[in-house]
Design a protein around this ligand. Structure first.
Ligand SMILES: Nc1ncnc2c1ncn2[C@@H]1O[C@H](COP(=O)(O)OP(=O)(O)OP(=O)(O)O)[C@@H](O)[C@H]1O
Length: 329
């Protein structure tokens, strides 16, 4: 096997020093196959592969077969996780598949990759610079706030495992070149060509236009996402401190003392962290109007917010699931 390591993948891997053993999430596509080949060459005997079998597409068996062939060739052990990725009513098939995949990968990582003697310590995914731009454009298309505009983080920790996306600075085309240089093929996901999916339309139509208009767009968009992520960190800190100050459940007088922006932040945090629900922009605006108007004992608040209702309960706000509303007072 050739040991050529073409740039910019080699540059990205030179800056990548995961705790070993390292597992690579392998779909059988070009990106993760390239990452697997490059990591297996860099850390022989220290790399594992994990493939989530969604069983949704006819091509699922091709993906699995390809992963097995590549792993045999690279002398990398492969773990296959079979999941039920059928979408719940109202859920998009892609979201259901993504959630099932991340849940399965989390469970695999928490279990040390099934190797008690040498448990996996990190897990890497092959998202690249084009994926990052697509994620940012998708966030803009939804009118997302800073959290969405932060796009995908390059690393995070969960359950004692480090997760990495070491290729976020590498264009997709470089990964295909890398896979070819290592002499490994890949399976094309037939759904990638389906322009009914917004992400695929962005890839097929917008990225070439951006390439022509702003050749540096991958780098500059990534910089904007990094600025957004840093600002979001500060906002999270402010929201956490404000939530501690207004209390849980939040005191209305304390909420009224905050600026509109901080009040919105703290309400979102309260609803998400304590009640696991997210208000839409119109609901939040309406709730803030009601909080401002709440200057008399008799002012009633009863608003649909997220998956339930916000009610005034004397000096504080309460949130109830639609099914368990308290009796009207
Ligand atoms: N079925 C899977 N099993 C394990 N890991 C996966 C699977 N699907 C995706 N991943 C991981 O998540 C990354 C991003 O997945 P996504 O489907 O967004 O990209 P992709 O363009 O299909 O990537 P690839 O070319 O590697 O298939 C993949 O590169 C891979 O590391």
């Amino acid at each position: 096997m050739t040991t050529v390591r073409p740039d910019p993948v080699s540059a990205a891997l030179a800056a990548f020093s995961p705790a070993l053993p390292l597992a690579i999430g392998c779909s059988g596509g070009a990106d993760s196959t390239a990452l697997l080949a490059a990591c297996a060459s860099r850390w022989p005997k220290q790399v594992r592969a994990v493939h989530v079998h969604h069983g949704l597409q006819a091509a699922a068996e091709d993906f699995l077969r390809h992963c097995q062939e590549v792993c045999d060739r690279l002398d990398v052990p492969l773990t296959v996780l079979r999941v039920d990725a059928r979408a719940a009513p109202g859920e998009s098939p892609e979201d259901a598949a993504r959630k099932a995949r991340y849940d399965a990968l989390d469970a695999y990582a928490r279990a040390g990759g099934g190797d008690a003697a040498r448990p996996v310590r990190s897990l890497a995914l092959a998202h690249h610079a084009d994926d990052q731009v697509e994620t940012l454009l998708l966030a803009l298309s939804r009118g997302a706030g800073l959290a969405g505009l932060s796009a995908m983080p390059a690393r995070w920790q969960r359950g004692g495992i480090d997760y990495h996306r070491p290729l976020l600075g590498v264009p997709g085309a470089a990964l295909r070149a890398c896979a070819l240089a290592y002499g490994v093929g890949w399976v094309e996901d037939p759904s990638n060509a389906d322009e009914r999916y917004t992400r695929n339309r962005i890839r097929a139509r917008l990225l070439p236009a951006l390439e022509a208009a702003f050749p540096q767009f991958r780098t500059t968009f990534a910089r904007s996402a990094a600025h957004a992520a840093q600002a979001q960190e500060v906002l999270d800190e402010v929201a956490a401190a404000d939530l501690a100050a207004v209390g849980v459940p939040p005191a209305i007088v304390a909420l009224q003392a905050l600026s509109a922006g901080r009040q919105a932040l703290v309400l979102r945090r309260w609803l998400r962290q304590v009640h696991g629900t997210t208000p839409d922009a119109a609901q939040l605006q309406q709730l803030q109007r009601q909080i401002a108007a709440c200057t008399t004992r008799g002012h009633r608040i009863h608003l649909k917010v997220g998956s339930g209702f916000v009610l005034r309960e004397q000096g504080v706000l309460g949130w109830y699931n639609s099914g368990v509303l308290p009796p009207a007072s």
